[in-house]
Design a protein around this ligand. Structure first.
Ligand code: CA
Length: 223
């Protein structure tokens, strides 16, 4: 696999590149946001490790620009703090997973493996529920034929709800689907994502089943 490592601190960047190369991948490094944005935009990577605090252009802006131009490679962000607000901000920008500094290299490698595995398992499929149509390969959602803009985490949540339409999914199941690692599963964050997704969808699509979780229902309107 081909991995891009974006980190401005030379020692850490070298350690990351060395560890990821030792895991059998091809690695490219970038030391600032502008270079990172360019590489991620013009070259194909299977995954990116992206530090958020970068010179020239910050990591969140880099990520937003990639996603805005349709780049869908999995991105693991390195955050300075572990606050859930920062995680939410990173995910809104399109990150697939996050790791707070300082971290153990073994954990980073495990998360990278999980991201690459999930990408490989991501089968093409289309799902429909009333007025909502979702295409997993194109990462596209239409409501009544109109494109709906979702963050990557809102998209993952909606994909799972649509695949299991009518079933009640617990917060635990939803967070397992979104996060690679046990340590960061956080039901408060799931509530934030469900609330946001609900605002974007036709009213009544996502039902709360008290004490159990959430369920996607067909509201009857047809496409
Ligand atoms: Ca930095």
């Amino acid at each position: 696999m081909r991995i891009l490592v974006v980190e401005d601190e030379p020692t850490l960047r070298a350690q990351l590149q060395q560890a990821i190369a030792a895991a059998g991948h091809t690695v490219e490094g970038a030391a600032d946001g502008r270079q990172a944005h360019y590489l991620g935009d013009v070259e194909d990577f299977d995954a990116v490790v992206l530090d958020l605090g970068l010179p020239m252009l910050d990591g969140l802006s880099v990520l937003r620009r990639w996603r805005a131009s349709g780049r869908t490679m999995p991105v693991l962000i390195l955050t300075a703090r572990g606050s859930w607000q920062e995680k939410v901000e990173g995910m809104d920008a399109g990150a697939d997973d996050y790791l707070a500094k300082p971290f153990h290299m073994e954990e980073l490698l495990a998360r990278l493996r999980a991201l690459l595995r999930r990408r490989g398992e991501h089968a093409s499929a289309e799902w429909r529920c009333g007025p909502i149509w979702l295409d997993t390969r194109a990462a596209r959602v239409l409501v009544d034929g109109q494109p709906l803009v979702l963050t990557s985490h809102e998209f993952k949540l909606l994909s799972l709800l649509m695949q299991r339409k009518g079933e009640v999914l617990s917060r635990t199941e939803l967070s397992e689907h979104i996060y690679a690692q046990d340590s960061d599963r956080d039901s408060n964050t799931i509530e934030v994502f469900v609330a946001r997704l609900r605002k974007k969808l036709p009213e009544g699509c996502i039902e709360t089943v008290r004490g159990l979780g959430y369920r996607l229902v067909d509201t009857g309107a047809s496409p």
